[in-house]
Design a protein around this ligand. Structure first.
Ligand code: GDP
Length: 728
């Protein structure tokens, strides 16, 4: 960990207002309903960013609550909100800063798996996370997913057991859950005083003090807590918790281990520094609790964030690579080096227009500066810089290393782009985004809205890298693809709200393919010779399976001019056209080799059109005799599940015509690998959730095309006949 002198040496911009070690870039991650929104809102309230809550009693009417929901919607779904928190004396870890505010940037992390992209992109730019758990439900499936993602991105964490006021709340259970289900080395730094209706406050384990909120808390009059002696009935427990904490820390930290060995006293600041070191190295998870709703414990949470979560200089510097090479480069925070930042979220703001949220890794940026985008090789001017404070957008003149802010003025930008000084030859790793797994056709309710819908979808795809939009060439339909049904539902909703286009979505379609299994011959004639100018085209072809992946090949094997040279391209066109539109069931044909072998012509009546038609008829004739089959896309599916659901999930994959490729155990989880036809994967997200009580997760990606088995062929063919004609 850097000390203050080195930090100041590296970050010596005279204008810099906030020392980096007083900055926390954090995310608040949780299972849906654990209280992430309420906790965030309370944080904004205590840090003075929102005042509205003062008008409403807790437990007020649903309508009022909904109004606030709207109000905070702006605030909380912003990609990043900045607030300031001054630690009171009590925690005592940063003595010099007791009266100086710390800056906390809260980066939004949605709790739903459908929004993987959001979680991935925020994990990439935050330095630490608060994992919020429900005091009643403990570790829920989404918490497991988010926890794994945080581990993947090496994000230090603290845990907040919320809803301690609710019936059934149990701190111990939640703690054990964290240890068992998440394998977390988790230890309380605060204990609850009472629970459910009697939840009164927290015991600060390190300082052996109690924080008690008076009855006035329920209104906004008594938001402050009192620091008192630990209640008698908890004294023993608090002592034990401190002993356990010291024991846990000494197992991993030499300073504390030595003090224990030498039987020296361990002061609160020394213990806290050790907890901080371990937390920043992701070796320990400090746990506290509270009730965001009843506004108890939120100040302690903020103090814990400042005490234990890393500042941008407490974690290893980020890495980038030199464009066009494998060479890696470290990008360390330093205001005096060249500017380098990562654009992690695009956001269309109703007032300010297109906001680009970005994190500065090195250097500084002023309003009016030009930034360079190595991907597009373009330079663009930054017309405004701002930070979001509550529901306000506050303009700032400059931003520095470690900052998170938003800029306005860039047109050509994608999520994950590096923005830097033109002379900075490093591209930062963009977050990795999974490929869409579900798709459906979409069309505007009003035909005239088609262009508007296209524009809107393109804009949304720009903002969200896991959302794709394309046209199905077979059907001409516009297809949207994303991470799950909810994801696509929200896209449709945003289309309506933000672009004023209402759209209907169809059931997702599978892209089947056709091919053949054996050699065959075919003949096609297009002869009209009754009255007027005649038509005469005649072609013979052979057809055979082509090597996998080779596509369609058409050869000319005519000898002796049975079809004149000038008509060969027309025959070939006919063959390709017939095949493109599908012969057997109207799906694209792959991997066949067609040879034009023979034919005849008429001096006067032969023309291109007649030979094209002859080509179409000949290849259709041959295709029918060549053992045509239908192919379907298979997906490679990987399921991660707690062991106990393995049997049910395997059974389910079998029922879906899946083939199991492997079953492995990893970190207390079972990993199933299988290939499953895409046609059988619709609704899988829902099925896996219910079969595993939401605890298993899966990913899938396109693998190969294989023959549709006879058992389902009839159904597929029937469906194909009902589909809008794709052939020309
Ligand atoms: P999110 O989905 O994680 O953002 O959760 P919310 O903050 O929207 O909370 C979900 C529900 O739990 C709401 O009805 C909240 O009022 C309620 N809630 C949040 N925190 C607490 C708490 O500390 N105690 C109780 N009793 N309810 C809470």
């Amino acid at each position: 960990m850097s000390d203050v002198t080195t930090i100041n040496a590296a970050l010596n911009s005279p204008q810099r207002q906030y020392a980096l070690e007083r900055t926390r870039n954090i995310g608040i991650a949780a299972h849906i309903d654990a209280g992430k929104t309420t906790t965030t809102e309370r944080i904004l309230f205590y840090t003075g960013l929102i005042h509205k809550i003062g008008d409403v009693d807790d437990g007020n009417t649903v309508t009022d609550w909904m109004e606030q929901e709207k109000e905070r919607g702006i605030t909380i779904t912003s990609a990043a909100v900045t607030c300031f928190w001054t630690q009171k004396k009590e925690p005592g870890i940063f003595k010099t800063f007791e009266t100086i505010p710390n800056r906390v940037n809260i980066i939004d992390t949605p709790g739903h798996v459908d929004f993987t992209a959001e979680v991935e992109r925020s994990m990439r730019v935050l330095d630490g996370a608060v994992a919020v758990f429900c005091g009643v439900a403990g570790v829920q499936p989404q918490s497991e997913t988010v926890w794994r993602q945080a581990t993947k991105y090496k994000v230090p964490r603290i845990a907040f057991v919320n809803k301690m006021d609710r019936t059934g709340a149990n701190f111990e259970n939640a703690l054990n859950d964290m240890r068992k289900k998440l394998g977390a080395y988790a230890f309380p730094v605060f204990l609850p005083i009472g629970a459910e209706d009697n939840f009164a406050g927290l015991v600060d384990v390190v300082n052996q003090k109690a924080f008690v909120w008076g009855p006035g808390d329920v209104t906004n009059e008594g938001l402050k807590y009192e620091v008192t002696e630990i209640p008698d009935n908890l004294k023993e427990k608090a002592k034990q918790a401190l002993a356990d904490l010291i024991d846990a820390v000494s197992n991993k930290d030499d300073t504390i281990a030595n003090l224990v060995l030498e039987e020296q006293p361990i002061s609160a600041p020394v213990l806290k520094q050790a907890i901080r070191r371990l937390t920043c190295r992701i070796e320990l998870v400090p746990v506290l609790c509270g009730s965001a709703f009843k506004k108890k414990g939120v100040q302690c949470l903020l103090d814990t964030v400042i005490d234990y979560l890393p500042s941008p200089i407490d974690i290893p510097p980020t890495e980038g690579h030199v464009p066009g090479s494998e060479e890696k480069k470290v990008v360390a925070p330093n205001d005096n080096s060249l500017f380098c930042s990562l654009a992690f979220k695009l956001w269309t703001d109703p007032y300010a227009g297109k906001l680009v949220f970005f994190r500065v890794y090195a250097g500084k940026l002023k309003k009016g500066d030009t930034v360079y985008n190595p991907r597009s090789r373009r330079r663009e001017r930054v017309s405004r810089l701002m930070i979001i404070q509550g529901s306000e957008r506050k303009d700032v003149d400059s931003v520095y290393s470690g900052d998170i802010a938003a800029l306005v003025g860039l047109r050509n930008i994608w999520t994950g782009d590096t923005l830097c000084d033109e002379n900075f030859d490093v591209t930062l790793e963009p977050p990795t985004f999974p490929e869409p797994v579900i798709s459906m056709a979409i069309e505007p309710k009003t035909k005239n809205d088609r262009d508007k819908m296209g524009d809107g979808l393109a804009r949304l795809a720009e903002e969200d890298p896991t959302f794709k939009v394309f046209t199905n060439e077979d059907t001409g339909q516009l297809i949207i693809a994303g991470m799950g049904e909810l994801h696509l539902e929200i896209i449709r909703d945003r289309l309506k709200r933000e672009f004023n286009v209402e759209a209907d979505a169809g059931a997702p379609q599978i892209a089947y393919r056709e091919t053949i299994t054996k050699h065959a011959e075919g003949e096609g004639k297009f002869i009209r010779q009754s009255g007027g100018r005649g038509q005469y085209g005649h072609a013979c072809v052979t057809i055979e399976p082509n090597e996998k992946g080779k596509g369609i090949e058409v050869l000319n094997e005519i000898v002796g001019g049975t079809i004149p040279r000038e008509f060969i391209p027309a025959v070939e066109d006919g063959i390709r056209e017939a095949i493109r539109g599908g012969v057997y069931a109207g799906y694209q044909v792959i991997d066949v080799k067609v040879a034009i072998t023979d034919g005849s012509f008429h001096e006067v009546d032969s023309n291109e059109l007649a030979f094209k038609m002859a080509g179409i008829f000949a290849v259709k004739d041959a295709f029918g005799k060549a053992g045509p089959i239908l192919l379907e896309p298979l997906m490679k599916v990987e399921v991660t599940t707690p062991d106990e659901y393995q049997g049910d999930l395997l059974g389910d994959i079998n029922r879906r015509r899946g083939i199991i490729l492997g079953v492995d155990a990893k970190a207390g989880q079972t990993i199933l690998q299988a290939t499953v036809p895409l046609a059988e994967m619709f609704g899988y997200a829902t099925a896996i959730r219910s079969l595993s009580k939401g605890r298993a997760s899966y990913s899938m990606e396109p693998s190969t095309f294989e023959q549709v088995p006879n058992s389902v062929l009839t159904a597929v063919m029937d469906a194909a006949k009902k589909r809008p004609a794709a052939r020309s």
